[in-house]
Design a protein around this ligand. Sequence first.
Ligand SMILES: Nc1ncnc2c1ncn2[C@@H]1O[C@H](COP(=O)(O)OP(=O)(O)O)[C@@H](O)[C@H]1O
Ligand SMILES: [Mg+2]
Length: 308
Amino acid sequence: MSSSTTITTIDLKGALPKVASGKVRDLYTIDESTLLFVASDRISAYDVIMDNGIPGKGALLTAMSKYWFQYLSSQIPGLQTHFIASGLPPTLETQLGPDVAAPLRIRSMQVRRLQVYPIESIVRGYITGSGWAEYKKSQTVNGIPLPAGLIEGQKLATPLWTPSTKAELGDKDENISPAAAAKIVGQDVADEIERQSLQIYSAAAKRAEEVGIVLADTKFEFGLDKETGKVVLIDEVLTPDSSRFWPKETWEENLGRAQPSFDKQFLRDWLTENKLKGKEGVVVPEDVVKRTAEKYQEAYEKITGQKW
Ligand SMILES: Nc1ncnc2c1ncn2[C@@H]1O[C@H](COP(=O)(O)OP(=O)(O)O)[C@@H](O)[C@H]1O
Ligand SMILES: [Mg+2]
C-alpha cells in the first residue's frame, strides 16, 4: 500500500515548477490560479524536521483536511475554501505514469492559488500550551485579560482568537494581540479572519465532541482572492499537526496537568527525555514512529468515521 511507505522527499520529476517547500508540504504551480499541494510524510517537532518520516502521514493529513473542507462547507453557508479536488490533475497522472503517480496522488490536493495573509489564525477553546504559559505569568493570553483562578486544560468561557506571526522558514511564530494582528493585515481583514475562525472552530469543536474528542485549540490560515476580495480558508485544516485533540473521556481527570493527545506527543516526549528537543538531524526510533502513526490514525478514524 502506498500509504504505508514513507515519502519524505516529493519528486515530481520536474513535471511542475515548485513554488515553495514548507516543513511538511511542497507546493507546485499547475496554472496561474491553481497549485498542487503535496503533503509529504515529514514530521516536525519544536520547529525542527526529523530525518525520517511517519509512513502514510501525508496521505492521512490530506484525507483529513479534505474531510473537513467538505464538512465545513456543508455546515457554514458562504464559507470559501481553497480546496478544488484531491489527487493529481489528469495530465500529470499521464506524464508521471501509474507507479510514480500512485504514492503522490494520495498525498495531493489541487487548491486555489491565493495571496496568503502573513498571520496564523489560532483559536483556543481551552487553556493550554503557550496560552497557559502566558496566563501563569500575567493572567492574559495574547494580551487578552482573563479571570483569575483558571487551571491548565480548563475550558474557556468563550473561544478566544489568539493570532500569531507567520515566521519565515526556520523562525519561530510569536503570539500577538488581536490589535497587533490588525496592524499587519488591516482591521477589516483581521475582523473577518477572526469571525470566520471562531465560526469554523465552533462547528469543528461540535463535530469533534460528538465523536469523543475535545478540540482544545487549532490553527488556520487564510488567503485573499484578489478577484473577489474574499477571505478564503487555506492550508491544512483541523489535523493533528495543526490542532490539539484530546480524548474527551479523560479530559476532566487530567485537569491541572498536560492532557494526553492525538498528535506528536510521543515524539515530543521522546525528544525531551533524550535531550534532543530542537536538535537537527534526529532519527526517530521505530517504536516512536509506530505509536505516532497509530495516534494519527485513531484521530482520523474517530473524526471521519471511516477506517484508515
Ligand atoms: N492556497 C494557498 N495558496 C498559496 N499558499 C498556500 C495555500 N495554502 C497554504 N499555503 C502555504 O503553503 C505552506 C504549507 O506548507 P507547510 O509544510 O505546512 O508549511 P509550514 O512549514 O509553514 O507549516 C504554508 O506556508 C502555507 O501558508
Ligand atoms: Mg503547515
